[in-house]
Design a protein around this ligand. Structure first.
Ligand code: IPE
Ligand code: IPE
Ligand code: MG
Length: 249
């Protein structure tokens, strides 16, 4: 628990929040607008949540922007999402940099166009020495992909003799995952009413606290975010132990 984290005084230490930003399409449909209008409005909601995280001194924010399964959507929607991603990378990065935020993009980036990969590289290198919040965007990300690529890296090290097979343990796997070196997510938020993980971070969600809301992502705001944080602080995180054991500490 970090002493300078103001949230720790209220309950559990909250270092890392991860969010499945779901419900953009339904938000647009309710307004008789094209799905893309929902994605655009969703970007506005994300801007506000990033600002709220900075205010709340959250150390790491990880958001699911595009899953490895989202390529299955109509070509037109995928194309528009890619354009929105490129626009956001161009327009929003300066503000992130001004707020001392370090941007990372996690996922299988080779599937993106050269242009998007260049924009990602530029944004990541611009912000790489920042010391404030770490902001991870999961794009073409899948939890199973992440564990598989880690296993592949480990297998190569065993093959080359750099690592003994017997030495492969949970820490070794973890060191090769996309979020390596960061605190595990403490709070998982999913908007849009669905109660599933949809192949988001799998390994590190093992002991995460889940919070689901029916609010559609473009409507999600600071008040709702604080409600989720309050719910998190009211919980007892037992990590396998009994409530009595924790009360004795
Ligand atoms: C989440 O909103 C955004 C992405 C998956 C890119 P959706 O587009 O899934 O919205 P719904 O679930 O159809 O309402
Ligand atoms: C999960 O949302 C992915 C993102 C929010 C980027 P989906 O809307 O794609 O999830 P499913 O398909 O309903 O599980
Ligand atoms: Mg959805």
């Amino acid at each position: 628990m970090s002493a300078d984290n103001p949230t720790s005084a209220k309950g559990n230490a909250l270092k890392h929040v991860c969010i499945i930003m779901d419900g953009n399409g339904r938000w647009a449909k309710k307004r008789f607008m094209p799905r893309f209008a929902g994605h655009k409005a969703g970007l506005g909601a994300l801007r506000k949540v990033v600002a709220s995280c900075v205010e709340e001194q959250i150390e790491v924010l990880t958001v699911f922007a595009f899953s490895s399964e989202n390529w299955r959507r109509p070509e037109k929607e995928v194309g528009l999402l890619m354009e929105l991603f490129a626009t956001a990378l161009t327009r929003e990065v300066k503000k992130l940099h001004e707020h001392n935020i370090r941007l990372r993009v996690i996922g299988e980036l080779s599937a993106f166009s050269d242009k998007i990969r260049e924009l990602i590289d530029a944004a990541v290198s611009l912000t790489k020495n920042n010391t404030g919040m770490i902001f991870n965007i999961a794009a073409n990300y899948g939890g199973r992909w992440d564990i598989t690529q880690a296993a592949q890296q480990v297998a190569l090290k065993v093959k080359s003799g750099e690592l003994e097979a017997d030495a492969v343990n949970e820490n070794v796997i973890e060191e090769h995952l996309s979020l390596n070196g960061l605190p595990e997510p403490d709070l998982f938020i999913r908007t849009g009413g669905e109660k599933r993980i949809s192949n988001f971070i799998l390994w590190q969600l093992a002991y995460c606290e889940f919070y689901f809301t029916d609010t559609l992502w473009p409507d999600f705001n600071k008040k709702m975010f604080i409600k989720a944080i309050d719910s998190f602080h009211a919980r007892q995180r037992r990590f396998g132990r009994t409530g009595e054991q924790l009360n004795e500490e």
